[in-house]
Design a protein around this ligand. Structure first.
Ligand SMILES: [Mg+2]
Length: 228
């Protein structure tokens, strides 16, 4: 049996942070730009942290430089470390069981393909006890645009596991159209889940290979991995 690789998004897919990420972005904008900012002005879900920082600076009409983006991202990560424990977030349905199952499997391997910075991913998943499941990942540190993250994830998967995963045995799992698109860019199978900001109908228009309301029935996801 050819080994299979699962590449997980974080927010809206594995966990929801109870608004910690959003609050940290708002705080970071206040501290670095000295202005209050309504995040609802932006279509930020599914973007990388560095891309969101660019979008905030653009919206404020502030200079967008490597330094200004890095400053905003750093302030965000500092705030996130404080906010994650203040908010009532949760591990999404079925996820704890699935991650444990995949972790024990010798046929399935998993990593992250996320718009979070690596430090932000560790803050979020560490808080919920899930960081240990991910020996590698592609993060916003690797690329500004999500569609460029896939090749980084594949390269790191080979380095980590010493196994080449063919595209038709690679599954990109996420809650936004951006996740579906970035999976298709690398020829992977795409699995969408409506536990984030997008409902089933909105995700369906982007034609993922499989679509779930949630992963509460984790056998259903495992079945999809077998047949897709
Ligand atoms: Mg997401």
């Amino acid at each position: 049996m050819t080994p299979a690789l699962l590449l997980w998004d974080i927010d809206g897919t594995l966990i929801q942070s109870g608004g910690a990420g959003e609050r940290a972005l708002v705080r970071a904008t206040e501290t670095t730009q000295n202005v209050s900012f309504d995040l609802h002005q932006l279509d930020w879900a599914g973007r990388t942290d560095r891309r969101i920082a660019e979008m905030i600076l653009d919206r404020l009409g502030r200079p967008r430089t490597a330094e200004s983006v890095a400053d905003l991202v750093e302030a965000y990560l500092d705030s996130l470390a404080e906010e994650i424990g203040r908010r009532q977030g949760t591990i999404l349905p079925g996820i704890a069981s699935i991650l444990e199952h995949i972790d024990k499997s010798d046929r399935f391997f998993q990593g992250l393909l996320t718009g979070n910075m690596k430090r932000g991913a560790e803050i979020k998943l560490g808080h919920y006890g899930l960081w240990r499941y991910f020996p590698f990942g592609a993060f916003a540190d690797d690329a500004v645009h999500r569609n460029e993250l896939g090749p980084h994830a594949l390269r790191k998967a080979v380095a980590c596991h010493g196994v080449e995963f063919p595209p038709d045995r690679t599954f990109v799992i996420g809650d936004t159209p951006h996740d579906i698109d970035c999976g298709k860019v690398i020829g992977a199978r795409t699995i969408a889940v409506a536990t984030g900001k997008y409902g089933v109908e909105a995700l369906e228009t982007h034609q993922p290979d499989a679509l779930f309301n949630d992963f509460a029935d984790f056998e259903a996801l495992l079945n999809a991995l077998e047949v897709l």
